[in-house]
Design a protein around this ligand. Structure first.
Ligand code: ANZ
Length: 957
């Protein structure tokens, strides 16, 4: 704020100033709270209310809820919250029953680490942080239904997280029915004999432990000893999704190792197909859908059996079964369980010295190599490095089509967790196999004719010929020939042959792994599971929920030397013998027995897997959610075949983890009949990030941005020249600006307007504190157009506005309404500004009708000042529930026409355009349209026929 500005403000007693904004904002926030202005009624239950509101179309609007971090909010955090609030307010004013609230995701590593660092109990520090954030959020004037807010650490909430865990534990995926079913129905099948037990014995002949093992193979939540990601430095195991591309922990950046530990898993892989298919019906950014598709990673291929002397067969998974005649060796993952069975006692006569790695026997070579491989992450193992390592097992297998004996290796570039953990190697046509074969002097056979003129003599090649777009050669035996076929036809033919001969079959493989669901942490939901003396896991009965997190003395995780892979996790809960060892009557007819509690806790993702449902019916202690209420807010409807939240806004960093897990839980709950929606979030929107300048001194250390001065385009801190780059905003980069600073200087309405005006919501934008004043001035001019700054009197008159003003007004009404519905808040603000400037320039008092429309247009963006002006204009009811103005088409001068864009005669887009548009402008618009770009799919364009303003016809190349 400049000096002169401040001076002028003191001169006019009723000017809109920061002090006045503070008063207005506090007053209306208290009023809205007291009146329950933002409460959204449910159709039934304790939050049932006004039937007229319930009868309206509903809008369920959600933000990705925050972690209660100790650092509080900086101005970057509320960008999405303000946007959903503006949108929600506009929806309320256009006749919707709007549910909008916000809770806290309060379990998890950051809260716990902070607690450990500061020596306070995680609950105490988390609650203090939440209190602070609640105050900051309230100060923004967010129109939330506070009755529906909660934190995931509340026992009434995590009771249901545990309950859902039990639902998942107590169900299995029926692949025939294509859905989850209660495990009791599976048991009934085993009991009746309609489903055979794995070893064919009667179900009644199986011991309790054997039955538990059989069911464990089916349950959607199960414990297993599969290799997991173990991070000694963090002291916990991690899900694949929490490990970075360089094989380190996403949190803390510690090394991650593969270790065999008994852990809980969720069988998300059972849903791979549905998680993939249902993406189609969702209104999500394409980039996020693509990331999910890649993460699920569906690959069509075949399983092929290679017989091994004395050990049955090794089954491989390949996506290039057409190249089977070119498979000249095999590789097993070092951890593969067949390795022990196939290794001979001694190296076969004449084994190449490069193959043995200098070891005296296969057993010795395998042991040494396994140790080496265990120290690497999957990502390191998969890296496209030229030098491939491995060792011969001493065993040979038989290529089922060529009849050739091929050597079997172990090598770390083959992963245990993918396909069958074994591959047939086709060095001529696979890059990694090529590098390996060159290193180990293995033969190569060309079976796909190179189309690049290099010829079929592989000894002259520098790399593999990996193209799919070529014909097969050297691929026939007495029964089947692939020669001359293209890759697709060859795959079909060889798959048929494999199936006929019972040595393989076509199959689909997914990259998606089951979700590792336990953590060695204190600050998470306890598992509602106890073990009996035989070690069999039992679910707690519903009546014992919630199983509360015990108060303990030492909640710190046990961490280790980050590099020491030979360590074992220790769960904080296991240190509390009184809690762990219990005598319980589980109500299963066995009476009171001794049990040991599960001492792992759930991962921080658990609480966010279902929180949308809790918002609906937040106090229900009898049911997860009342079905009528769920159906009302989330049920499937026209255009939303799988139901879900109408708008979900958050950062793109949650593309796979949270969104995939939440989708999975929804599907299980849907299958079991608890909810009607099969997807949690129908529309997803990723807001951009607010960036900030980072200033660094000559040593590269960030200096406080607020202390930097600009002189002639250079930047100085305490006289020293510093560099400037755009980066993240945050405490560590010393460039965080808190909302509190902006509230103090201008008020919350100005902050809201500034954040929304900075640019399109989905684009990242740099924060510039000096620019905030621009929006402050807008509010001052708006105020001045309605209130006399000297007397405080409302200046409007009851006369009709002139034609000019009517046109400006209705154009603005039309544009702002469309922009708000389309979440283009920056252009909405530009239109409000334009209208306000027009009114300022026109001079003289405003007509009441114009002033009222102006206030209503501004209400979603700057709700406090709008409420104040609305009341001063004489209204007794809140501006929040007024109807948004509707434009009179007669005054919206630039009427539009609909232009149809066709590609190959099919309508691909409809554009709303001005009738006076030129051919050139129209062509450019058509070619830039999202739908058109998608339909063209990268194909070039041969011709564009433009008949402005009605038709564009595109002929692709
Ligand atoms: C023979 C072959 C020939 C292959 C060829 C590729 C090219 P996607 O598409 O990701 O599913 N593979 C299979 N299991 C593996 C494992 N556990 N670890 C490492 N690699 C594995 O990849 C499938 C291909 O990756 C499979 O097809 C297999 O190599 C390899 F010219 O088999 B292919």
């Amino acid at each position: 704020m400049s000096e002169t500005n401040t001076a002028a403000e003191t001169a006019a007693p009723h000017r809109y100033t920061a002090a006045m904004a503070a008063d207005i904002e506090a007053r209306w926030q208290d009023f809205w709270d007291a009146e329950g202005t933002y409460e959204a009624p449910n159709p039934t239950g304790d939050l049932a209310g006004d039937p007229e509101l319930v009868a309206r179309p509903k809008k369920f609007i959600m933000d990705m809820f925050p972690y209660p971090s100790g650092a509080g909010l900086h101005v970057g955090h509320p960008l999405g919250y303000i946007a959903t609030d503006v949108y929600a307010r506009h929806q309320r004013m256009t006749g919707h029953n709007v549910l909008h609230t916000l809770g806290f995701d309060a379990f998890g590593l950051p809260a716990e680490q902070y607690a450990v660092q500061t020596g306070t109990h995680p609950r105490a520090s988390t609650e203090a942080n939440m209190e602070n954030m609640r105050l900051q959020l309230r100060r923004l004037g967010l129109g939330h239904d506070n009755r529906r807010s909660f934190a995931t650490i509340e026992a009434e909430y995590y009771k249901w997280t545990q309950w859902i865990f039990l639902q998942i534990f107590n169900s299995w995926y029926d692949t025939e029915a294509g859905r989850a079913r209660p495990i009791a129905e599976l048991v009934a099948q085993f009991e009746s004999g309609s489903r055979a037990t794995p070893d064919g014995r009667d179900w009644s002949a199986l011991s309790a432990a054997e039955r538990a093992d059989v069911l464990g193979e089916y349950r959607l939540a199960y414990a297993s000893d599969a290799p997991v990601n173990w991070s000694p430095g963090l002291g916990t195991v991690l899900a694949n999704e929490e490990v970075t591309a360089d094989g380190r922990s996403e949190r803390g950046n510690f090394p991650v190792f593969k270790a065999k530990l008994r852990q809980w898993n969720m069988r998300i892989t059972a849903y791979a197909d549905r998680l993939l298919d249902d993406l189609d019906g969702l209104d999500w950014p394409e980039a996020i859908k693509l990331q999910q598709r890649n993460w699920i990673g569906r690959s069509e291929g075949a399983r092929v059996d290679f017989p091994v002397d004395g050990a049955g067969a090794v089954t491989v998974f390949t996506t290039r079964q057409d190249t089977l005649f070119g498979a000249t060796y095999m590789v097993l993952a070092p951890e593969h369980e067949l390795v022990e069975r196939i290794i001979p006692a001694a190296w076969p006569e004449g084994t190449h010295p490069v193959w043995t790695g200098g070891h005296a026997s296969p057993a010795e070579a395998v042991t040494a190599y396994r140790k080496q491989a265990a120290a690497k992450s999957d990502v390191e193992r998969q890296a496209e490095a030229k030098d491939k390592t491995g060792v011969f097992t001493g065993a040979y297998a038989t290529n089922p089509v060529s009849g050739e004996k091929v050597p079997v290796f172990i090598a770390d570039y083959v992963l245990m967790g993918y396909g069958t953990g074994a591959i047939m190697a086709v060095p001529a046509h696979d890059t990694r196999d090529f590098a390996f074969a060159r290193a180990f002097e293995l033969p190569m056979r060309c079976v796909v004719e190179p189309s690049d003129g290099r010829g079929t003599d592989t000894t002259t090649w520098d790399d593999a010929f990996a193209s799919h777009d070529a014909k097969l050669v050297n691929s026939s035996n007495e029964e089947v020939s692939l020669d001359g076929l293209g890759v697709v036809a060859a795959k079909a033919r060889i798959t048929g042959w494999l199936e006929e001969h019972g040595v393989g079959e076509g199959t689909v493989n997914f990259r998606l792994r089951d979700w590792l669901f336990s953590r060695q942490r204190y600050w998470g939901e306890p598992f509602p599971i106890v073990y009996d003396e035989e070690g069999i896991a039992h679910p707690l009965p519903e009546s014992m929920l919630p199983l509360e997190l015990p108060e303990v003395e030492d909640y710190s995780p046990r961490t280790f030397d980050p590099e020491d892979a030979d360590t074992q996790p220790e769960t904080p809960l296991s240190r509390n013998a009184d809690w762990v060892h219990v005598t319980l009557d589980l109500g299963d007819g066995n009476g009171p027995r001794k049990y040991r509690r599960e001492t792992n806790t759930m991962p921080n993702w658990a609480g966010s897997c279902w929180y949308e449902l809790r918002y609906l019916d937040p106090h229900n202690s009898e049911k997860l959610v009342d079905p009528a209420i769920e159906q009302y807010w989330m049920g499937p409807r026209e255009g939303q075949p799988t139901g879900g939240v109408d708008l979900y806004v958050g950062g793109a960093e949650h593309a796979v983890l949270h969104l995939l897990y939440a989708r999975f839980w929804s599907k299980v709950l849907h299958d079991l009949g608890h909810i009607s929606s099969a997807e949690p979030f129908h529309k997803l929107y990723n807001q951009g990030m607010i960036q900030a300048f980072v200033y660094r001194d000559s040593r590269g250390i960030a200096v406080p941005a607020a202390e930097v001065e600009e002189r002639d385009g250079a930047y100085y801190h305490q006289g020293e020249k510093v560099s400037r780059v755009l980066g993240k905003m945050g405490k560590s980069l010393k460039n965080a600006v808190t909302p509190d600073e902006i509230f103090g200087e201008y008020g919350a309405d100005t902050l809201r307007l500034y954040e929304m005006a900075m640019g399109p919501l989905d684009v990242s934008r740099p924060w510039d504190t000096r620019a905030v004043v621009g929006q402050y001035r807008l509010l001052q001019r708006l105020w001045r157009n309605i209130v006399d700054e000297e007397t405080g009197e409302v200046t409007v008159v009851d006369t009709e506005p002139g034609e000019d003003t009517l046109r400006a007004l209705h154009k603005a009404i039309d544009g702002v309404g469309q922009d708000m519905a389309g979440m283009r808040f920056n252009t909405a603000i530009a239109k409000v500004t334009e209208l306000n400037n027009h009114l300022t320039k026109a001079g003289g008092p405003l007509s009441r009708s114009v002033a009222e429309s102006l206030v209503l247009l501004v209400a979603p963006l700057a709700p406090h000042v709008a409420e104040e002006l609305w009341r001063r204009l004489g209204h007794t009811e809140s501006v929040v529930h007024q109807d948004f103005p509707v434009a009179d088409p007669a005054y919206v001068v630039d009427e539009t026409v609909t232009c149809v864009v066709q590609i190959k005669g099919k309508v691909r887009a409809r554009l709303e355009i001005s009738p006076s548009i030129t051919d050139e402008e129209l062509e450019a618009m058509a070619l830039a349209d999202e739908g058109v770009v998608a339909a063209l799919g990268g194909a070039g364009i041969r011709k564009v026929i433009v008949r402005a303003p009605k038709l564009v016809n595109i002929v692709p190349a």
